[in-house]
Design a protein around this ligand. Structure first.
Ligand SMILES: C[S@@+](CC[C@H](N)C(=O)[O-])C[C@H]1O[C@@H](n2cnc3c(N)ncnc32)[C@H](O)[C@@H]1O
Length: 259
């Protein structure tokens, strides 16, 4: 497990996603030190480009594979506003259609953020992500954490719902949840391993950010710097890591030995 160096933390994004940007920034630096500066990035379920457009602004080529026409329209607008239309490609497709719309082993970095919770079959999606990733490339996964959902309900005094979430096979509240599943660190790393990727780093995203009232952030944390510092300091530390609202995982596709 790699501790995030504070000085490498991305400071222009919301404190809640500082951890993810920090890991991505380190991966970008790693790539620049090796093969070259411009990465080929695929953002699966990239929505309106919250990650894709800033990555394109850094000079990378980003393909967003996303089923929603509305999200793709917002993505195109956001890319145009940022002046990076030439570096952002929008493709309307599902995650499991990835092999039909992108070249196998073509991406230096594949993002799949807040998507595995909503799709029908995470195994198929992860196989598709793994196929699209170049050997030696990285896959960045962000998912909702069951443990945080249980804690959140319990802290509000909804103990019966918390217990339902704790035992439900998919970590959801049957019939009332907007997503299909939540994950835990162990189940996520097992899934990743089954797709042929090797987990290198696991971080918690939103260790307390979603549990505290927004007024509390304003009182003690000024512009959010204190919260950012807290999130970065606790993201890789157990048990904080495993209590966070989301789990972020960076996995690598192994380089096949030459025959
Ligand atoms: C919560 S949003 C996350 C957007 C973006 N990744 C982010 O982090 O801001 C979930 C996205 O997954 C997309 N999505 C839903 N089903 C999908 C599928 N089968 N394959 C790929 N993306 C899907 C949705 O359209 C939506 O844009």
């Amino acid at each position: 497990m790699v501790d995030i160096p504070k000085e490498s933390a991305e400071t222009t994004h919301h404190p809640r996603v500082a951890v993810v940007w920090s890991v991505l920034s380190a991966e970008i630096e790693r790539f620049a030190a090796g093969t070259g500066a411009r990465m080929n990035i695929i953002d699966v379920g990239g929505g309106s480009g919250g990650f894709a457009v800033p990555l394109a602004e850094l000079g990378h080529e980003v393909t967003v594979v996303e089923p929603s026409a509305n999200a793709l329209a917002s993505l195109r607008q956001r890319a145009a506003d940022a002046g990076v239309t030439d570096r952002v490609t929008a493709v309307q497709a599902d995650a499991d259609e990835l092999p039909d719309v992108v070249e196998p082993e073509s991406a230096d970095l594949v993002l799949c953020h807040s998507v595995l919770e909503v799709i029908d079959d995470p195994d198929i999606a992860l196989d598709a992500l793994s196929t699209s990733c170049a050997q030696g490339g990285a896959v960045s996964i962000l998912v909702g954490n069951r443990i945080a959902a249980v804690l959140g309900k319990a802290l509000m005094g909804h103990f019966s719902t918390a217990l339902d979430l704790l035992v439900d096979v998919d970590g959801i509240i049957d019939g009332k949840d907007t997503i299909k599943r939540r994950f835990e660190t162990a189940t996520l790393t097992a899934l990743i391993g089954a797709s042929g990727l090797v987990t290198e780093q696991v971080h918690g995203v939103g260790v307390v950010g979603d549990l505290i009232p927004s007024t509390a952030v304003g009182v003690d944390a000024g512009s959010g710097e204190d919260l950012r510092e807290f999130e970065l300091a606790t993201a890789a530390r157990i048990p904080f890591r495993d209590m966070a609202t989301q789990i972020h995982l960076l996995a690598r596709k192994p380089i096949r030995p030459r025959e």
